[in-house]
Design a binder for this molecule. Structure first.
Ligand SMILES: [Zn+2]
Length: 115
């Protein structure tokens, strides 16, 4: 089931850098530049889509379009539901990894929705 909370978590909590790393050669070209993570904008093809670490949204400084994780996968040709399914898996993996690193810290964040 796709909930609003799941969509929010995919957009905000799954780092776009991780999404791009996971996409590998299936995704756009990317690079770190002066502490910012940039990738090839799916709208204009310039390597100027820059991830804002505050809201995990990529803003393209060439065409001005914003791209989030879900937009990105859909622009790469996935339909909405498969895109969300892929990203949910990556988010769950990411949260598991995070949990193992930080042990029992963030108790205020919702528990991983295991099924
Ligand atoms: Zn662009």
């Amino acid at each position: 089931m796709i909930t609003r909370e799941l969509l929010r978590a995919i957009r905000n909590d799954l780092p776009m850098k991780l999404t791009l790393t996971r996409l590998g050669h299936h995704g756009p070209r990317s690079k770190e530049f002066e502490g910012y993570f940039r990738f090839q904008c799916p709208h204009c093809d310039e390597l100027r889509a820059t991830v804002n670490p505050k809201n995990n949204l990529a803003h393209c400084f060439s065409c001005g379009q914003n791209t989030n994780n879900i937009d990105l996968l859909m622009l790469l040709g996935h339909d909405f539901v498969p895109a969300v399914t892929i990203l949910r898996n990556w988010l769950e993996q990411y949260r598991r990894d995070l949990g193992q690193e930080k042990a029992s810290v963030d108790s205020d964040s919702p528990a991983t929705v295991a099924s």
